[in-house]
Design a protein around this ligand. Sequence first.
Ligand SMILES: NC(=O)c1ccc[n+]([C@@H]2O[C@H](COP(=O)([O-])OP(=O)(O)OC[C@H]3O[C@@H](n4cnc5c(N)ncnc54)[C@H](OP(=O)(O)O)[C@@H]3O)[C@@H](O)[C@H]2O)c1
Length: 251
Amino acid sequence: MRDAMGAPQSVLVLGGGSDIGFAVVEALVDDRTRRVVLAGRDVAAIDDRAESLRARGAVVDVVAYDALTPQATETVIAAARTRGDIDVVVVAFGRLGLPFSLDDPTVDTTELSELNFTAAIAAMQAAARTLKIQGHGSLVVLSSVAGMRVRPENAVYGATKAGVDGFALALADALHGSGVHVMVVRPGFVHTKMTEGRPKAPFSTTADAVALDIVEGIRRRRRVVWSPGVLRFAFTALRVLPAPLWRKLAS
Ligand SMILES: NC(=O)c1ccc[n+]([C@@H]2O[C@H](COP(=O)([O-])OP(=O)(O)OC[C@H]3O[C@@H](n4cnc5c(N)ncnc54)[C@H](OP(=O)(O)O)[C@@H]3O)[C@@H](O)[C@H]2O)c1
């Protein structure tokens, strides 16, 4: 439940090693959230990182979680709920994958789609069901501007994000009036582990800046958050740009 000032008291991050996910937790803890569950693959590394949250007064559990394992989200949620309701669930796992190429048969189309789309919507469904039973909570889903108009180089990643974005918006509609808030986050290029060594895109930003936008979005119960906000206008135009111009811009 939220405290007297309306701040969430507990948060679960699915993909607890994510730089953006961790920055969200740091911002929430700074805003009085006290119970944190970080669910991820590299438990030891996540636990080390969690010390900074514990030093700020948060109670942090780190649990093993592989999003590709069937029922993994249900198991993690059940464990997290033994300490009480979950106010915020952040779906933060994902991979960028190799640049898409029709000439390279090793490009991991299936694996990437299974993680970024199939596992993500399964996780969202499990989390949404739990929040609906509780009758409250925010489900925060990391989509991307890459899904708003998919570039050839990013074909698989962008397509999975387009699918995740659509599923999350449908969940938001399905849960309207239930007390549960579903928020789709559409960051642009964020400097994190995922983008290390990649050429940066216009309006690039940091995990901390995205986290502040997310925390503000939770507070205001936003349906969609663009980060930075200017990308909303950029992509409103880019989505209707004629294909020849888009191809030039996207290459
Ligand atoms: N960075 C950007 O520019 C950007 C822009 C828009 C949207 N996003 C989205 O934001 C989310 C967070 O990305 P980020 O930038 O914070 O990248 P990140 O730091 O690389 O975080 C991604 C996390 O996903 C985890 N993961 C990968 N496979 C997993 C699996 N099978 N089970 C559980 N966790 C798994 C990784 O865990 P390991 O450490 O174990 O590999 C990693 O901790 C992603 O969904 C990403 O698509 C990122």
